[in-house]
Design a protein around this ligand. Structure first.
Ligand code: CA
Length: 581
């Protein structure tokens, strides 16, 4: 049954007025022309409050008993026009209430009022529109960015040209909806896709999984329609798949994801056109930009390939998840790791959790990432293992400097040193905990890169804080390497090999002027992220708490960014000292 909510609709007030064109000349000595007492203050209202069939989560909660109900606090109460009745779902999250409008409508405005005294429970509620009854094609209309006011509807203008038959209010995480009234305004129209709203100035990634199932596994993909809204318009990735990813980062409440599109796509201006993309969660990195900065450092140092990365807002099944980074998947491909006839390996402290890995004779754990697990042959595995072993042997042999048989035959030293500079400048604990190397074909050496996984960098790790007071490089610190043999390898190259040492200084001299202005880039990035970080920390209110390896909690986004800036300034001179000594 369709209920009309009784609220001030601008269209109503306006209609009543023209009956009385002029108040007739009376006692008034007319002080000035003065038109009617009510000069139609409302703007052009072709639209009105929309009615429709009420849809949404069926089971409500009876707060008097705490049990589930279909009688009290029902979804209908969000549309009964009364501000003292409300919908409260039994489930705490993933619940919603909305309207089936019967046919597509352009939505121009939405409103909601919180359950009395539960004002914060509307913050981060999301209004969505769809043309599939299951909301699998839902797009955002508006997000509530602050708490509401008891007994009052708050409105948000919507600038969306697509028309929707189904509209809904999705309660924020853990809020049981708790909404007293919901309203949609608009008008019947066919619509188009010229204007689709985003949550902030950043692109918005919308993920609607099949049957709204949770993305709960790192192994098994879930079907999903994925939409990316940006200045370039709508990227429609219907029929995609998504799963979890990451090692330590998967254990945080804000989850990292891996997306696999049905078709290869350029995404947000990415150089690569590919199916696989990652969404980096940045939970413990409260600047939300450490990976972005590291990639910029990688470019400025001149590494051959730096992963593409763009900050985005993420919605999963109508729930705002936070500010993420949409990045390349580290894999071999065009405009990705340049090793299409070769190999991609990772010196990897987590190797034992991977499908294909080996230990070198000196005890370095190495994962083979490419060729893929499903297609790699035993011959290929033996080849890589053997090649890595020969590199290691040559590196630690007395003849290691020999041009003919020394380690340079197996390893490209420049890329190793560039990767070293990126890791040390950024102060990354993880650089030698996880280090990528690749090889293009059977011939030629192993190159080092790309730089990846920098959320603990830029002074974000209590185990190495304060980095610039460490006596040595960060890699020399316990816990910063996948194995002792990895530290031995780095020592050999950057401390013992006089030619490599000299080359390191040259590369550092080249990079230093580019790195000297990194803090301008930090400032620009902070400005770019500002709107999004506010939403992110509404969703994840952790600015006052230490998470992961944080050595401090400054209590503000600005404070976190300033820590990075101070670090960068100090690091430039400290690394200069270390490299010259
Ligand atoms: Ca109500």
């Amino acid at each position: 049954m369709a209920l009309v909510a009784i609220v001030l609709v601008p269209a109503c007030t306006k209609k009543d007025i023209p009956n009385d064109p002029e108040p007739a000349p009376q006692e008034k000595p007319e002080p000035e022309p003065e038109p009617e007492p009510e000069p139609e203050p409302e703007p052009e209202p072709v639209e009105g409050l929309l009615k429709g069939t009420i849809i949404g989560t069926q089971t409500s909660v009876d707060y008097s008993s705490g049990s589930s109900s279909v009688l009290v606090n029902t979804r209908e109460m969000a549309f009964d026009g009364k501000l003292d009745t409300f919908f409260a779902s039994y489930d705490r999250s993933g619940t919603w209430v909305g309207l089936d409008l019967g046919e597509p409508h352009i939505i121009t405005k939405v409103g909601c009022a919180p359950r009395s005294t539960q004002e914060s429970r509307v913050a981060l509620a999301l209004f969505e529109g769809a043309n599939m009854a299951d909301f699998s094609d839902a797009l955002p209309l508006a997000i509530v960015k602050e708490k509401g006011t008891s007994g009052k509807l708050s409105y948000l203008d919507v600038d969306c040209s697509r028309a929707f038959r189904y509209v809904r209010y999705v309660g924020p995480h853990d809020a049981r909806c708790n909404v007293a009234e919901v309203e949609f305004y608009g008008y019947k129209a066919a619509g188009d896709d010229t204007r689709l709203p985003r949550l902030t100035n950043l692109p918005t990634v919308v993920i609607n999984t099949a049957n709204a199932q949770a993305i709960a596994s790192k192994e098994t993909y879930v079907s999903a329609n994925i939409y990316i809204l940006s200045d370039e318009g709508l990227l429609d990735c219907t029929g995609s798949e998504i799963k979890g990813r990451g090692n330590a980062s998967w254990d945080f409440p804000k989850k990292p994801y891996k997306m696999k599109f049905a078709e290869k796509q350029h995404v947000l201006g990415s150089p690569a056109k590919d199916k696989k993309w990652t969404l980096i969660n940045n939970y413990g990195d409260k600047t939300l930009m450490r990976n972005i900065l590291a990639f910029e450092v990688s470019r400025r140092v001149g590494m051959a390939y730096t992963p593409f990365c763009a900050p985005v807002d993420v919605i999963v099944n109508g729930e705002y998840q936070g500010c993420y980074q949409l990045c390349d998947q580290v894999e071999v491909g065009k405009e990705r790791v340049p090793a299409k006839d070769g190999y991609l390996i990772e010196i990897d402290a987590y190797a034992t959790g991977e499908a294909v890995y080996f230990y070198s004779s000196k005890g370095t754990p190495v994962t083979i990432k490419y060729p893929d697990d499903e297609v790699i042959t035993w011959d290929q595995i033996s080849f890589v293992e053997d090649f890595y072993g020969r590199m290691e042997t040559a590196l630690f042999a007395a003849y290691y400097q020999s041009a003919k048989s020394g380690y340079r035959k197996y390893m490209d030293v420049d890329s190793f040193l560039q990767n070293f500079i990126v890791g040390e400048f950024c102060g990354n604990t993880d650089t030698y905990w996880s280090m990528y190397m690749y090889k293009d074909g059977a011939e030629g050496p192993l190159f080092t890169g790309p730089a990846w996984d920098y959320d603990l960098a830029f002074e974000n790790d209590q185990r190495t804080y304060p980095i610039n007071s460490l006596y040595d490089y960060i890699y020399a610190n316990a816990g910063s390497v996948a194995s002792g043999s990895v530290r031995d390898m780095v020592n050999r190259i950057v401390k013992q090999d006089p030619d490599a040492k000299a080359r390191l200084l040259e590369l550092w001299e080249q990079a230093k002027p580019q790195l000297a202005s990194m803090n301008d880039y930090v400032t620009e990035t902070a400005a770019l992220l500002d709107e999004s970080q506010k939403l992110n920390f509404l969703r994840w209110p952790i600015l006052n708490q230490r998470v992961h390896q944080n050595f401090q909690a400054t209590g503000s986004y600005e404070g976190e960014v300033n820590t990075v800036k101070q670090y960068i300034t100090a690091r430039l001179s400290r690394l200069d000292q270390l490299i010259r000594r």
